[in-house]
Design a protein around this ligand. Structure first.
Ligand code: G1P
Length: 291
């Protein structure tokens, strides 16, 4: 199963991190020195994704600018002999023609955002990556999922899953656990944000999916679910009537960067993982905490 395209739903309002996101997209919040969106595009690139589909919205134009070439900046860096900085900019930019941008015109939910990408994705399996969840690991979460998907029959769908404490299951999509083989299991039922005490397991659906294009036919019906939104999980429940879903327990630390505490924690974790920053940051933090 070759996965060529990844969809990044980036139209969300980012209300959990206001006021930072009043005039700036939450996907542009920086972890250490890169915006969130760059991390997930890099993760997709590493996993072999060739085309990056962004479902944007109002106030999100700067995401498009981030992936464009900045001639004035390039020229200034060149004139000043700043080769390393120029290389960073070149490294982070997808190839010409490898990106598409479409708009979700109203905040109708994650399922609706994915549906907005249907014409660009076409009739092939694709990945969905939510930029506010970062996974700290090499190989990345999506690469692990694609490796697992390669062993599965055609028309399989794959979800990145991770166990969460019972008191958090109501914040996520949760899947039931069927027959298991190593780090992968067949999904036996899914539910979006189950009320406390009703979750079928502790396995939460994290923000990485490999889906078959038949999901679009179900999303087309625009049925509302939890919170009055068109939920991706509900469409997946529909698709599970005719296709298999597998949960992959991935390796790596998961960081929810869409919450203030999670965002701060991610900055520290990703900073400590950087060879050029680790020692200085650790010493600074120790000194600060002891003061
Ligand atoms: C979305 C999905 C949910 C999933 C979560 C992961 O929820 O609907 O199933 O568990 O992402 O981050 P949201 O966080 O957008 O409410």
């Amino acid at each position: 199963m070759k996965i060529r395209k990844a969809v990044f739903p980036v139209a969300g309002l980012g209300t959990r991190v206001l006021p930072a996101t009043k005039a700036m997209p939450k996907e542009m919040l920086t972890i250490v020195d890169k915006p969130l969106i760059q991390y997930v595009v890099d993760e997709a690139k590493e996993a072999g994704i060739e085309h990056f589909v962004f479902v944007t919205g109002r106030n999100k134009g700067v995401i498009e600018d981030h992936f464009d070439r900045m001639y004035e900046l390039d020229a200034t860096l060149a004139a000043r002999g700043k080769k390393a900085e120029q290389e960073i900019l070149a490294r982070d930019q997808p190839e010409a023609g490898a990106m598409s941008f479409t708009r979700q015109q109203a905040p109708l939910g994650l399922g609706h955002a994915v549906w907005c990408a249907r014409d660009i994705v076409g009739n092939e399996p694709f990945a969905v990556v939510l930029p506010d969840e970062l996974v700290l690991h090499t190989p990345g979460c999506l690469a692990q999922m694609i490796a697992a998907a390669e062993k599965l029959p055609e028309k399989s769908n794959v979800l990145a899953v991770q166990e969460v404490p019972a008191h958090q299951t109501h914040q996520y999509g949760i899947c039931g656990v069927g027959p298991r083989e190593g780090k992968m299991f067949e999904v036996d039922g899914m539910v979006e944000k189950p009320p406390q005490g009703t979750a079928p397991s502790n396995f939460s659906i994290t923000g990485r999916y490999i889906l078959q294009p038949e999901i679009f036919g179900i999303l087309e019906r625009q049925e509302r679910g939890a919170g009055g939104e068109i939920q991706l999980t509900d469409a997946m429940i529909g698709l599970a009537g005719t296709q298999r879903f597998y949960g992959v327990e991935f390796e790596g630390e998961r960081h929810d960067c869409g919450s203030k505490a999670g965002f701060l924690r991610a900055n520290i974790a990703f900073g400590l993982a950087r060879a050029d920053l680790r020692d200085g940051l650790r010493a600074d933090m120790r000194e600060y905490l002891e003061s």
